[in-house]
Design a protein around this ligand. Structure first.
Ligand code: DOR
Ligand code: ZN
Ligand code: ZN
Length: 398
């Protein structure tokens, strides 16, 4: 089939280092199948499924299952992320070696949604990860500074009477784990960087030659805590929406390469977990189907990034961080490719009801954007086209 991409932008398939798919355990909010369709529609050809499932992905039994299920669905390569510890807030390191060696070939381990506070445990995790050649993705929250916190600590939270989440809760862990990674000779990846101070720390650590990388989410690039005024629980997320000055610093850091890539932190939640009071709602927002539109709006349309840079932050850099050998590299002539065709001028409005995700918790509902992925190709097969995902099971296996 010859596809005419005239007037569109052809990019390598996007790679999301940070996706919550909720299977196993909360299939009412997302499944590997529904999340894969959302990913394909968002232009992704690979996603990394976070480990805070139920049961937690802390053994090869779970990570291999997630990988196999992703292959059966075949709409996107689902790479399982392994938990750093056994269980939530675990005190024992997980068998990372077993997960890395299994068919799921786990390349990223994380405490996202699992939360490891103990510095000694994280030090040992970094040492273990270095011996395996894998990377630790750090959720970057000091839980003793965020107890009861639901919103960014600042004038807005104070005015609204919401308990504040200080920037230092994130920055303390970024600084700590930069130093621990240095000492362990390990690689550390900072999840969802959200403050101007984190950007300064990243710049410092990279200047020291520490093997540190970082991601920023589309929501932290677009939204600030002025959104909280409605008390709408859809805006509750960890880390919280920060101030406009942080948003500006994050955009600049993405432009300058201090932040390496964009990752969604796609976090589906059930209606009943989001319809309650702000402080009682679960944190998290959908991201897969809106990420490219937001990145285009805040960077390409402002002149911060070129489309070539979008390929870097959405595909090449995340593929490098995860050491995917089959994504984000030049494709040889005649080789089946992972591609995303973007219409930069389509013009569209996000409708929560029309998303492929099983959940509806998007803070971008009714917002209009220009750019949208219109065709996604995984190893030469179309996985999404003009807003419609291919049938599961008809895709191509790795
Ligand atoms: O907002 C968030 N949601 N942050 C996390 O760290 C976890 C995630 C989730 O699993 O819902
Ligand atoms: Zn997190
Ligand atoms: Zn997350």
């Amino acid at each position: 089939e010859i596809i005419d991409g005239g007037g569109r932008v052809l990019l390598p398939g996007f790679v999301d280092l940070h996706t919550h798919l909720r299977e196993p355990g909360r299939e009412d909010t997302e499944t590997i199948e529904s999340g894969s369709a959302a990913a394909a529609l968002g232009g992704y050809t690979a996603v990394f499924a976070m480990a805070n499932t139920s049961p937690v992905a802390d053994s090869a039994v779970v990570t291999d299952h997630v990988y196999r299920r992703g292959q059966e669905v075949g709409l996107v390569d689902v790479h399982p992320v392994g938990a750093v510890t056994v269980g939530l807030k675990g005190e024992k390191l997980a068998e990372m070696g077993m997960m890395a060696a299994g068919p799921g070939r786990v390349r990223i381990f994380s405490d996202d949604g699992v939360c490891v506070a103990d510095p000694l445990l994280m030090r040992r995790a970094l040492e273990y990860s270095a011996s395996l050649g894998v990377v630790i993705a750090q959720h970057a929250e000091e839980p003793r500074l965020t107890r009861g916190a639901v919103a960014h600590e600042g004038p807005e939270a104070a005015r609204l009477g919401l308990t504040g989440w200080p920037r230092a809760a994130e920055e303390a862990i970024v600084a700590r784990d930069a130093l621990l990674a240095r000492d362990a000779g390990a690689r550390v990846h900072i999840c969802h960087a959200s403050t101007a101070g984190t950007v300064e720390l990243l710049q410092w650590a990279k200047g020291q030659g520490i093997a540190i990388t970082a991601e920023v989410t589309p929501h932290h690039l677009l939204l600030d805590d002025s959104r909280l005024q409605t008390y709408d629980a859809v805006n509750r997320v960890n880390p919280p929406l920060r101030e406009a000055s942080d948003v500006a610093a994050l955009r600049k850091a993405l432009r300058d390469g201090v932040i390496d890539c964009v990752a969604t932190d796609h976090a589906p939640h059930a209606e009943q977990d989001k319809c309650c009071e702000f402080a009682a709602a679960r944190p998290g927002m959908l991201g897969l189907e809106t990420a490219l539109a937001i990145v285009a709006q805040v960077s390409v349309e402002t002149g911060d990034l070129s489309w070539r840079d979008v390929a870097r932050v959405m595909s090449e850099k995340p593929a490098q961080i995860a050491r995917l050998d089959d994504q984000g590299r030049p494709i040889g002539v005649g080789e089946p490719a992972n591609l995303t065709l973007v219409d930069p001028d389509l013009g569209w409005t996000v409708r929560a009801d029309e998303l492929a995700s099983r959940s509806r918790n998007t803070p971008f509902a009714e917002l209009s954007f220009k750019a949208k992925p219109v065709l996604t190709v995984l190893r030469g097969r179309v996985t999404a086209r003009d807003g419609v995902a291919a049938q599961p099971g008809t895709g191509v296996r790795a």
